[in-house]
Write a protein that binds this ligand. Sequence first.
Ligand code: KG4
Ligand code: ZN
Length: 332
Amino acid sequence: MSANSLVLGIETSCDDTSVALVARRGSVVACETVSQFEIHSEYGGVYPELASRAHLQAILPTVQVVLDAIDGDLARIEAIGVTRGPGLIGSLLVGVNTAQALGIAWGKKVFGINHLRGHLRSPDLEESRIDYPAIMLLVSGGHTLLAYLKSSAEVQVLGTTRDDSAGETYDKVARMLDLGMPGGPQVDRHAELGAPVIEFPRPMLREGYEFSFSGLKSSVARLLEREPVVNKHDVAASFVSACLDVLEAKLRRALKEYKPNSLVVVGGVAASPQLRECVEAICDEAGVKACLPSLKWATDNAAMIALATWDYMAQSAQQRTDPDPGLLLCDW
Ligand code: KG4
Ligand code: ZN
């Protein structure tokens, strides 16, 4: 392995076809992401069968674009890392099969990477930020998870959601308010223009580290049934305020109990300006380092998968007994 070795990352777990080349310390040599936004927007959500078909069309041209960035010099590619889950099964299969085929054709090892582990490393892309031990909040469309990270390899899950994820709740509220897709950023924009004058519930605010968002979502739905003519800006602002109060309470509790060096907030909802402001404020107050991925790396991308692959290779180099393990299915 030379100093300029790269990992080729592939991410196709949902509705973005993404391929990247990333060096061991996280510098991103190339990252190309093809969004399926146009395809799914008319359905108001991701249509799984159309997602896999679009991945199938986009994947090889996208690989080619990133290879062009290194003039097709395959010798620089140390290994391939691909999201193996969680995600939409048809979409994942496109990525995994492509990675396996390229691995065979090029004679490279292929590593199956947990998508959540990719998100977790996203703040270290381009600039190493995470200072361990850390508290990590993952808030994406598929997951809401709070964890204590002793190191990048040691993850202790403190709590997850019992029902909807935070991102899913943003998306559903956007749909109820007819704000269009992508839901999260639309809710943010409307919230900026309104005031949090409606009292929505703050589920599980005082209880441990678990989350529940379906009650909050239903409250928004009931309000809209009762009062069809409401100020959408105020509904969005009140929803964001309720959601952030819950996230903030859990984060403060975790900082107090675990006294970490940094607070890492990742996943699509980490692109929310309101959440970013809230995290910076909590961290300033607690004297803890705030680690937020840059906006570019908050939502799904293959660069974070490639960086997580480097971690996995470093770990398995110490532990591995099988010299040729083929596709390694890595879990937490
Ligand atoms: O991490 P991600 O790209 O995909 C998953 O792994 O799920 O997260 C997508 C989620 C969506 O629910 C989307 O509405 C939300 O992240 N999201 C946002 C923002 N940008 C994306 N939520 C709030 N504010 C944003 N600016
Ligand atoms: Zn994701």
